[in-house]
Design a protein around this ligand. Sequence first.
Ligand code: MG
Length: 218
Amino acid sequence: MYYKFKDKVKSDINIGKLVCLARSYKKHAQEMKSEIPKEPVIFLKPASSVIFNGDKIKIPEMSKCIHHEVELGIVIGKKCKNISKKDAFDYILGYLVALDITARDIQSEFKKKGWPWTIAKSFDTFAPISEVVLKEYITDPQNLDISLKVNGKLKQDSNTSFMIFSIEEIIEFISKVMTLEPGDLILTGTPEGVDEIKKGDILEAKLGNICSLKVIVD
Ligand code: MG
């Protein structure tokens, strides 16, 4: 599966692993009654969960409650490992807006049991993404409005300036753990306002005025 680019300059980047942050905005951590972390909390989603603009989110049979989480996505452009904050931007290809769809009932149950909640995040169609905007076209990715409407109603409305960890800090941290490769995607975590979505709902996500995403729950 390949990325789609807004300006059609690049079209041959294969989607790699999805590295995601949990509890990345203070108010979301509070609404989930979670502790505010001292360093990024990360988990993975498979590339097979990715869908694009106009595609449909499928509610899995295993879940009775799926939630939306709108997030800034960072697309990695160059292979990197042990990158320091000051060099982080050199390894970014571009940005997109994404939804980290979550089976909240499964996640809550597994959290209680102390099990990994991989399943809750990994179903097919659980990572809708917009086209990629190359970084050259974005002045300040750390100051972009990020929002989500469900059936026309504003449900999430924040700004990337409220992220607990900066883009550079996130890349520095993740690259200490694992090699990041071209096409890898970092989902930087969701602001407050997450909620349940149901069959027939229309989701419209927006990142500043640079990219948007529209998907339907099937
Ligand atoms: Mg998330």
